[in-house]
Write a protein that binds this ligand. Structure first.
Ligand SMILES: [Zn+2]
Length: 269
């Protein structure tokens, strides 16, 4: 009696497509860390998407066009932009300060930086703002978003292959397996990747900050301050980020390298 549970052809095809997606994707070597990765989008595609989102954000926001706060944000962002070196060289850097109480800041691919006024009282100093913006700019220069898109595409291919290979199996069984695999992909693959990206953005952001002339030690005071202002809901730019303890430990480990960079940079303050 024939009992077919798993179909192998879709699995093999998905495996081949998975390999094709991975090996045909652009390779990216981060000059700050020497780390190699694959990205889903070209730099041009990233920049175009970044610009599009930037225009969308600005069209729905009230931007601040003049004043000491804008001057400060611009000064920090431009010192950091200059510190990104080779990776940020092709970026068309732009900075907007948005009148909004949200504690938030981000940098879109291609170098579009958005700061909400709500983050300024939390940051308190230029060095603290440099901590946040250095981290956010490192996401963009390290092409972490584009790496993320590739990871999600690959996970999708794998899941589709498995789903098709199970299509002879009874429905409840299929659902149970797909559910378990989906959770496995989320918690076992995608989330660790996302934590790894956050640590990488911290590490590179710290170097940017130091190279821009801000004392990298200030980053630790900043994260410690954030720990105590936590409240029930963490600020948006912290969501999915590592726990404070882990983050501070990792920053301490990177500190000697950052201090060395800081010592040879013209000071900002
Ligand atoms: Zn981040």
């Amino acid at each position: 009696m024939e009992r077919r549970h798993i179909k192998w052809v879709p699995l093999i095809l998905a495996g081949l497509f998975f390999a094709y997606q991975y090996f045909s994707s652009e390779k990216f070597v981060n000059p700050e860390t020497g780390r190699k990765s694959h990205v889903a989008l070209s730099s041009e595609q990233e920049a175009a998407l970044g610009l599009q989102s930037y225009q969308e954000v600005l069209s729905q926001a009230q931007t601040i066009e003049t004043g000491p706060e804008l001057d400060m944000v611009r000064r920090v962002a431009s010192r950091l932009a200059a510190a990104t070196g080779q990776t940020g060289a092709d970026f068309q850097w732009q900075v907007a300060l948005i009148q909004n109480p949200q504690v938030n800041a981000f940098c879109l691919p291609g170098g579009k930086v958005v700061v909400y006024t709500g983050i300024l009282p939390v940051a308190e100093s230029e060095a603290a703002l440099a901590t946040v913006l250095g981290h956010e700019m490192a996401h963009a220069t390290s092409r972490l978003g584009s790496q993320r898109v590739l990871e999600q595409n690959l996970a999708q291919t794998a899941m589709t292959g498995v789903a098709m290979s199970l299509s002879d199996m009874d429905y409840d069984k299929q659902r149970a397996i797909m559910g378990a695999l989906g959770a496995g992909a989320q918690y076992g693959v995608l989330m660790p990747f996302s934590r790894k990206h956050e640590s990488e953005a911290d590490e590179i952001g710290l170097i940017y900050m130091a190279r821009a002339g801000y004392n990298p030690r200030e980053s630790i005071s900043f994260w410690k301050r954030m720990e105590h202002t936590g409240g029930s809901q963490p600020p948006e730019f912290l969501s999915s980020h590592p726990s404070h303890g882990t983050r501070i430990q990792q920053l301490e480990a990177e500190m000697p390298k950052a201090i060395e960079e800081y010592n040879k940079s013209p000071k900002a303050e």
